[in-house]
Design a protein around this ligand. Sequence first.
Ligand SMILES: Cc1cc2nc3c(=O)[nH]c(=O)nc-3n(C[C@H](O)[C@H](O)[C@H](O)COP(=O)(O)O)c2cc1C
Length: 414
Amino acid sequence: MTTWQPVLLANVNRPNSEKITTYLAHGGYEALRKTLKMSPDQVIAEVKASGLRGRGGAGFPTGAKWGFIPKDAPVKYLAVNTDEGEPGTFKDRLIVERDPHAILEGVIIASYAVGAHRAFVYIRGEFFLGVKRWIKAIADAYQYGFLGKNILESGFDLDVSLHRGAGAYICGEETAMIESLEGKRGEPRLKPPYPAQAGIWGQPTVVQNCETLVNIPHIIGRGAAWFASIGTEQSRGPKIFCVSGHVNRPGNYELPLGTPLREIIYEHAGGVRMGRSVKAVIPGGASTPFLTADKLDVPMAFETLAAAGSALGTGAVVVMDETTDMVEVARRVMSFYVHESCGRCVPCRLGGHNMLHELDIIASGQGKRANLARLEALTRGIPGITFCPLGTGMCEPVASGLKLFRSEFEERVS
Ligand SMILES: Cc1cc2nc3c(=O)[nH]c(=O)nc-3n(C[C@H](O)[C@H](O)[C@H](O)COP(=O)(O)O)c2cc1C
């Protein structure tokens, strides 16, 4: 079993962990002090050297993203993605509620590196406690001189404000989030231009997930070499795995990237309930394809999960035991996407409805082979032609369900 002393979640179980005094008592804001003695280019170089990749789902290299922000742009922004709507994912919420300063320190360091003097926190509307904790953390950081004018006498200024979403999954997608931040309806923009070129109010913007930002103070404080020594060749550092479903001990587990899926399920999450066996696992949130039980030895890393036919996504591991009805899983996941599609583009809006319609008929036992054929055609037709990845993501559980558990679908229509 991998022994790992949590770094990202080191504070969350301490009494009064959300308070600035607790954060400071355990070395908080020391990395910021170090950062302010470095040049912005040195900070970016350190993050690049660490190999950190985004933890919000897409896995884009963080240092490279910061490097895309044009140096000569007069106004630049940073946006913190606290929307966390991907089914099965509950890591950012834990950090925001229990250790908001860990994210805020990452926000300040990232803003300094790219030259942003304004950062926006976008938070999912249902996170009531998270909103309170974010607001208090920001207010305290101003009081202690970590935000505002001339931070720690460095000459660097940064203001941070919070914007509450209204609970729409699509607003976690970075360009829909930017639209919503600007006060518009949360619908994705066509890319390019990417937010690093034209984001909030058309200005270069870095959008970063909370967990990604929590890594930043550790990279600066302990050094890129420390971070790069953890994990696998293409997946460096620690990762929070959100384990849910049919396990005995669901929860957030921080482990090095590359930890085998089997170890996460059996050693950390206490194994499958009632001693049953695993039938399927969603390894990275609902938009990632299923894995079957013969893939449990896969290391949980970007490259190895891609080779196994799935993706690391957000690291949300949903375990399903042998009693699970895979047609019903596909139907329920699809009903989520149909509800959450913003409706802007036709393939996602109508395609989702049509897939759910076919799944309803198949699940009811009234379906025919033609329903199955139509469902399959839709999973092939939608990916790649939608405005944003939501449309592609919605097809994954159905397409992989049809591929890996075909007999269950065929039985329903025979
Ligand atoms: C439909 C959809 C929903 C998303 N929801 C979130 C979310 O809730 N939180 C998040 O950090 N990223 C989410 N993303 C990914 C963001 O678009 C973006 O890649 C991420 O915030 C970048 O941060 P990172 O590089 O630190 O991962 C979502 C993407 C899509 C397509």
